[in-house]
Design a protein. Structure first.
Lengths: 129, 129, 129, 129, 129, 129
């Protein structure tokens, strides 16, 4: 039986990441279902549900961090979707990524922007903000 | 004569980073004054003054990114000061850093928290928020 | 009341990390007790207690990863202690770190070896393996 | 004439990496044959042949390190093959990669798992463990 | 009206990066034109035009840094082109990348060499050095 | 008996790194003498002695790479010494590090400059260039 953390995390994952998050979990089912379960329980069940920081600020933090790290393009795309889902505007996403040129270098910002471009195009097709 | 970008950046640097930012510049004066000038002109004159993202969101992004990168402790401390200077609460700083355990691992979060602890202690002594 | 995961994690933490792990948690108590709790519940309560990999192999993996990342010296020291606590020999620790010269470069290996040197000296004083 | 280190390394490379390692060397032949030679002589001729750590432990270390670094997918795939070739089980590979969520973050673990998934599928086709 | 820095940077960008640099800028036009502008003004207008280091040395530095970082393949390819455009030979590019095996590990060097291989093939088709 | 590669590497190490390199080796003697031997044989015996790139260009590459990686301060200091030993000027060292603000972000450049400042001060005391 799923834990209470799992149920709480699953609801939050659907709210924040939407379809993109569910795909990640589906891809883990046959190889590492427990990593999928941990992904729901810890980040979403334990962390995202905490009241100490609003969802908008959380996604600003994650888009910035993944752009700066520069080695997690699939997760950056998921979180650009998530940022837009919780009310960050496209203009703000562009500004966060641009700003990473200062803290992680222009290559990190340019590659982050390429991820944003893909996400925006995908959302245009679906009529999403 | 300082450029308009320099003057604009210098005002913004004082607003955001306060004393901590000025110390960084002073340390560059005898070895690389132009890197100091670029630090004022590009990040502060060009980027921080743009209206597309509020200062609070900018500092959330920077604290997250530097915690995740994990190799820039002095700059992380400057930006924890900056975040607190522009209205991010200590509780929110703690939450941003905690969250990086998910995206960059527990060591990154633990080391980020050690930086926050130093900054909070320094501000306690000065009676700052 | 501590969760079952917390209790299970706390027992495992004491077994693996010993005193070094407890110090990490103590340092978090006044600033981010929840990050401390997560550190016990998720890595130790959820992961280390899984039967799919023996403790010796787990610590080989962690010493290698932290040496390669090269930006988490305090955690690397904790896990060199942990590796020795669960039966990895000093000679093996030296070999794991040496090997990282191949995968992450000589600077990473040299800095990892400096961490090992500190840990070995500390354990010599206490008469530990 | 190949050095003794080269011959010793070449034998070890075939034992550990199999076909995947040979492909890497073939791809270097027309552009940087000396980098290919160094790859055989130093990692394999000098390091892997040392008696101080068994091959199973070596590959656990390398899979962990490359998953954590997160910027070397082709080499991670080669070493997941290598780990399986020297007796690490698929379940253990999955556990090593899962564990990196703790030390390098969930994105690193998720991308490592995607590499494992590709390798397992390739080996299924060939009837390998 | 473009700034003097922009004009100076644009001339330098064409000299150094040629077509590859112009494509980067074109890709930014509809999503983040200001990041494009900053890319011209700061790296090229401010930095590359400084007399303190010759262009050849600058490109040696950039090819080395991007190979070592290992998470910016598109930018590494642009700068391998740039290095060859300003007089670094193919043999020297191969040597710089090989050398990164020492400082950032063999995976970084192998992935850098794969980038060089692509660039050399592209230039062969165009009859470039 | 030391190998021919060792002897050749030892001569090159003394030429390039001087006293700073010898200290690194001394620190390894009681814990990992073989890592010390590999450091002489592979980077210095195999790589630095190759005629395909002059020493000045090699050290420009290494200073750039270690500044960009940002997690190897002791080695960066050794190689700033080395760069100055083989004819790179202080002004050029400052310029290489400044330039890394573009490729790895301002924090990397600022921390690299702090390393340069230490090295220059140490050399001033000894009357070195």
């Amino acid at each position: 039986m799923p834990s209470e953390r799992y149920n709480r995390g699953w609801e939050k994952l659907k709210e924040v990441d939407g379809e993109a998050g569910e795909k990640v979990l589906a891809s883990l089912e046959d190889i590492a279902p427990d990593l999928g379960r941990f992904t729901i329980e810890f980040p979403f069940g334990d962390i995202y549900t905490r009241p100490d920081l609003d969802l908008r600020s959380r996604e600003i933090a994650v888009v910035a961090a993944l752009t700066a790290l520069g080695n997690a393009a699939p997760q950056l795309r998921v979180h650009i979707h998530a940022a837009l889902n919780v009310g960050v505007t496209r203009k703000e996403v562009v500004e966060i990524i641009t700003m990473m040129a200062v803290y992680a270098g222009f290559p990190a910002a340019l590659n982050g922007m390429a991820a944003a471009k893909e996400v925006f195009a995908e959302r245009d097709k679906k009529g999403l903000s």
